[in-house]
Design a protein around this ligand. Structure first.
Ligand code: MN
Length: 135
């Protein structure tokens, strides 16, 4: 079964390779504008896929909707995420998110107060970091 057959939202576009390791798909659900100052996107990570380390100047909320995912803040252990988990990420906290090695993962990402900026991309998450050998 194609991944898009069981998802709520369209799969969207391939996530930029500069900021993602592995394959992920992004569908913008609510485009950012100066009235709402809020951007909402659905992200599907294929197994093993994850985004780079990054920060959000105004924070971010992740809502897990399918599969098994990983979330890690710098210096802390990786957290495993399942459908229904919600993660609140405070402004300027360095982190990454993605799928577990053996599962797809889908989350909705809410970026509020976008007048303060949306994301600052940093280094790639190495295999050593991803497999939990180093945080
Ligand atoms: Mn994030």
């Amino acid at each position: 079964m194609d991944i898009s057959d069981k998802t709520i939202f369209p799969k969207g576009d391939k996530a930029p390779a500069d900021y993602f390791t592995g394959t992920a798909w992004i569908k913008v659900l609510v485009p950012n504008d100066t009235i709402m100052n809020c951007q909402i996107g659905n992200v599907i990570f294929e197994p093993g896929a994850r985004n780079n380390w990054h920060t959000h100047p105004a924070g971010q909320i992740l809502i897990a909707t399918d599969g098994t995912g990983y979330y890690q803040e710098k210096g802390k252990p990786i957290q495993v995420l399942h459908k229904g988990d919600v993660v609140t990420i405070h402004p300027d906290v360095m982190h990454w998110h993605g799928a577990a090695p053996d599962s797809e993962f889908t989350h909705i990402a809410v970026n509020s107060s976008t007048q303060n900026g949306i994301v600052t991309w940093l280094d790639r998450v190495t295999d050593e970091e991803y497999y939990g050998l180093k945080s």
